[in-house]
Every structure is written in structure tokens, then in C-alpha cells.
Design a protein around this ligand. Structure first.
Ligand code: KG4
Ligand code: ZN
Length: 475
């Protein structure tokens, strides 16, 4: 597996010790701090560090500065894999250059195989030995990348093909809403069985619609978690089988990352980015400093906001899922009930269980006094504080992290008050706001393919040991 060195910060000293001819103590962190052009990729074999490549992105040029594979692992194509990865990441650059000792015929041959040409001799470059400057022109390399995305984490079997991370070529979704409606929620076993029934048909239709075959696909992205384990496994096994048969890279995608990347289909992401993930199971603020660099700023300490909406809705007699109905009712009422704004502190965390209890107590007290509750007013009062507690933290996160773009993702992104209030804060702070079109709010293969495209560019390729996980954290 190839990883970016910044993702294994705790292993810098290990790398320095393994390659003492290249590094001194702390030289990697000093280089990264002082040289924004410098990047390192590390080859991990069963989590063992066996080699690295250090390259510079200098505007439209790329320079390979250092390239090492531990001696006992040489001649196994690990070096080629690292080189391929740098070439792939340089696809939109002008050229890649490197220097090699003139007597290192083996390396020169490999570079030539990858299209590097000898350009100049650097006299005495290596203490008495000449160096050869080699260059690979990249201008004509830019090719379209097609990613197939497979989503099956809950009750939609959805497969999509997208081009270059942004252009939707074809999407086919089979939803099981009608099947589960009678049970008042998704029944996991029934969901898995239907995924099995549907997945090959959805795949075939998706390829037919795109007028493509698996040969045209560059990478296969799949949701591996979080979600219902049986449902996830159907998509995962499909992806693994396709990857194995057609020899295509398998890209693991976290479902929440998919919801965030759904926005990249609408407009280009700007970093640092704040992703607000709000649903029946999540209330999280995620900071992204770049593609695939997720950092959790904070989250709920108890109930998720959607869950709280649904519970409060039930207390006032609205049907499940009550969130959208409560949102609608709130519009007809006024903020007359005094409810506490949860977790007004200096953290990025949330808490909704206290607010939920406050509503329950208020309703009981009024009932005991024989007073009738004004449901619309209670809905409006609840909505005001619930939304305010989220929006206050969003504002703090924007100010603290120099945020350029805010994304609101998942079910509760449909809430009208959240949309309005976040829009106000973004306008005040001069930050771009992106909330996905409704069709990208529900689960779909398109968002998985979009997230998969950037994961692929980031070298996040899994082997066939990849497994599904029901509870997976993004950061
Ligand atoms: O992301 P999502 O579709 O699925 C899961 O959480 O699994 O989110 C669903 C949640 C439910 O709790 C639903 O009540 C809530 O999102 N929701 C809303 C609104 N629309 C959906 N909550 C408040 N206002 C809305 N307009
Ligand atoms: Zn989802």
C-alpha cells in the first residue's frame, strides 16, 4: 500500500532510521515545514516501511528528488509502483525530471520504460560520478479517468460511472423504499436479500446506459462503511469480484465521505473546507484542509440532531420520520417557549439529549397544569434553539480555521432553518456555501464514485482483504 507520509506522522523517525544515508534526525518534519513543494509517498508492505519517493511539485513541474527501496525488497516492482503513483499524481503537470547516476543502468532502464528521456549530463554530480538529467513530458498524458461507484449501505442499490470526478455518465439506482415502508423502517435482512437480487442488474444497466464495458473503467469505488453490514457486503463483494476479474484498482470509500463529495459534482471544493454532517445518526463538524484530509473538529456527545428532531416530533404527535414535518410545522408557529440552547461553550461539540428532555418536561408540566400545548409554537421554539446551537459552532469553526467553503451534508441538510441560518453566517463571513441538490442528498453511487475519484488520485487503493464495517469513523 502506498501512503502519503503526512498520514503516518508518528513514523517519521522510523523512516529516518531506515534510510540513514538520506535523512538525519527530524529532517523529514523540518523539510515538510520549510518546503511546501515537497511531498513524500511511502510504500507499506503489511504495514512495514520498505521504501519511499520524495518529489517536488513546483508549479507546473515535478521533480523527483529522492527515491529509495530497502535493498532486500528491490526487484519486486515496489519502486515501479511508487513511480507510477507520482506519474499519476502529475497528470496535469508539464514534465517530471530527475537525476540518476550515469552508472546506474538498472534505474535508467526503468525510467526509460516509463517514458523518461536523457536530457543532459551533470558533470561530477555524484562526487566524481556524472549524473544524468532525465525528463518525462506530461503534456499529452492527460487522459480521462472513469470511476465506477457502488453504493449499497442501506436500502438503495446504486451504481454510477463518472468521468474525471465531475461528469456523471450514468447512474442506475434501485430503491427498496416501498418494500420497507410496511415495516416502518429498513429491515436489514430484507435489505441484504434485495441488494443481492438487484446488484448485477443495476451494474449491467449502468454499463449499458453509458455504452461502456468494464474495460473502459479505470477504478472501482465502493462504500465499505458505515451502514448495515449485510447490505454493505453485497456491494463490497461485487466490487472485489470486478476488481479481481478485470484487474482494476479497488477504492474503499467511507459513506460519509461520499455525502461530502456529492457537493464536488456541483462545484469545485475550496479548502480549508468545513463539512457539516447532520443526519439521524451524525452531527459532526469535519475540517478538510485538502482532498482526503479529514479532521473531526467536534460532534455530538449524545443524540444526533435528526434523532432529536424525530423524538421531539413524536412527542408532539407527528409521524416518523418527524424531522421534515416538524420543520414544516415550525413555520406556522412563533418562538414563545423558553428552551435552553444546548452546549453554549468553547468546544465544537454538541449535545441534544438535554434539549429533548427539556421539551418532554415542558409538555408534561403543561399537561399536568391542564394547559394545552401550542404545537406550532413549540416546534418553532425547538427549531430555533436546535438550529442556533449548530450554527453557533459553525460560525466559530469558520472563524478559527480560515474556512473558504462550507458544505452541509445528509438528511438534515434539507432543514429549511439550517439552510437559512447557515447561509446568513456564510454571507457574513464571506464563505462559499454548498448544499447538494436534492437528488444527491439521498444515497447514490454517484457520490461514491466522486469520493472514489479523489481517493484514487490520492493513491488509496485497497487489496482484496478489504472488509465492510458497520461503524466506521471518517476522522
Ligand atoms: O441522512 P439521513 O437521510 O439518514 C440517516 O440518518 O440515516 O437523515 C435522516 C434524518 C432523519 O432523522 C430525518 O428526520 C431528518 O434527517 N430530516 C430532517 C429534515 N429532513 C430530514 N430533520 C429536520 N428537518 C428536516 N427538514
Ligand atoms: Zn447516506
Amino acid at each position: 500500500m502506498i501512503v502519503d507520509i503526512v498520514d503516518i506522522k508518528d513514523r517519521f523517525h522510523e523512516i529516518e532510521n531506515l534510510f540513514p544515508n538520506v535523512f538525519t534526525y527530524d529532517s523529514i518534519s523540518r523539510d515538510l515545514e520549510n518546503n511546501p513543494f515537497s511531498h513524500y509517498l511511502v510504500y507499506l508492505l503489511d504495514n512495514k516501511i520498505i521504501g519511499f519517493i520524495n518529489y517536488y511539485f513546483i508549479y507546473d513541474r515535478v521533480e523527483i528528488a529522492n527515491f529509495n527501496i530497502l535493498e532486500q525488497y528491490q526487484n519486486n516492482h515496489y519502486g515501479s509502483k511508487l513511480l507510477e503513483e507520482v506519474i499519476m499524481r502529475s497528470i496535469d503537470k508539464k514534465n517530471i525530471t530527475l537525476e540518476v547516476r550515469c552508472d546506474n543502468n538498472k534505474a535508467i532502464k526503468i525510467y526509460q520504460k516509463y517514458g523518461f528521456k536523457k536530457k543532459a549530463i551533470r558533470k561530477n554530480y555524484y562526487h566524481g560520478i556524472d549524473g544524468i538529467l532525465m525528463e518525462k513530458e506530461m503534456n499529452n498524458m492527460k487522459k480521462d479517468i472513469y470511476v465506477l461507484g457502488i453504493e449499497s449501505s442501506c436500502d438503495e442499490t446504486s451504481i454510477s460511472i463518472i468521468k474525471n470526478g465531475i461528469e456523471e455518465i450514468s447512474t442506475v439506482t434501485s430503491t427498496q423504499i416501498d418494500i420497507h415502508k410496511d415495516y416502518g423502517g429498513v429491515v436489514p435482512e430484507i435489505a441484504s436479500r434485495n441488494h443481492i437480487k438487484n446488484v448485477t442488474i443495476v451494474l449491467e444497466e449502468c454499463l449499458n446506459k453509458a455504452n461502456m464495458t468494464m474495460d473502459d473503467i479505470d477504478a472501482i469505488a465502493v462504500t465499505y462503511g458505515p451502514g448495515l453490514i449485510g447490505s454493505l457486503l453485497v456491494g463490497l463483494i461485487t466490487a472485489k469480484t470486478l476488481s479481481f476479474i478485470h484487474n482494476k484498482p479497488l477504492i474503499p470509500v467511507n459513506h460519509i465521505a461520499g455525502h461530502i463529495y456529492a457537493n464536488s459534482l456541483v462545484e469545485e471544493l475550496k479548502f480549508p473546507l468545513l463539512a457539516v454532517v447532520v443526519s439521524g445518526g451524525h452531527t459532526e463538524l469535519i475540517l478538510m484542509e485538502d482532498h482526503y484530509k479529514f479532521k473531526k473538529l467536534g460532534g455530538t456527545l449524545d443524540d444526533a440532531i435528526g434523532e432529536c428532531y424525530d423524538k421531539v416530533a413524536r412527542i408532539i404527535g407527528l409521524e416518523y420520520p418527524g424531522g421534515p414535518k416538524l420543520d414544516k410545522l415550525a413555520k406556522e408557529g412563533k418562538n414563545t417557549y423558553n428552551l435552553p440552547i444546548p452546549k453554549q461553550d468553547n468546544t465544537y461539540d454538541f449535545s441534544f439529549s438535554g434539549l429533548k428532555s427539556a421539551v418532554i418536561n415542558l409538555v408534561h408540566n403543561e399537561e399536568q397544569r391542564g394547559n394545552e400545548i401550542n404545537k406550532a409554537d413549540l416546534a418553532a421554539s425547538f427549531q430555533k434553539v436546535a438550529v442556533e446551537s449548530v450554527v453557533n459552532k459553525i460560525e466559530k469553526a469558520i472563524q478559527d480555521n480560515d474556512i473558504k467553503m462550507v458544505i452541509v451534508a445528509r438528511g438534515v441538510a434539507a432543514n429549511t432553518a439550517i439552510r437559512e441560518e447557515v447561509a446568513k453566517v456564510c454571507e457574513k463571513e464571506n464563505v462559499k456555501l454548498s448544499i447538494p441538490d436534492f437528488k444527491y442528498c439521498t444515497d447514490n453511487g454517484t457520490m461514491i464514485a466522486a469520493a472514489g475519484y479523489y481517493a484514487y488520485l490520492d493513491g488509496r487503493v485497497a487489496d482484496l482483504k478489504l472488509n465492510s464495517v458497520s461503524q466506521d469513523k471518517l476522522a
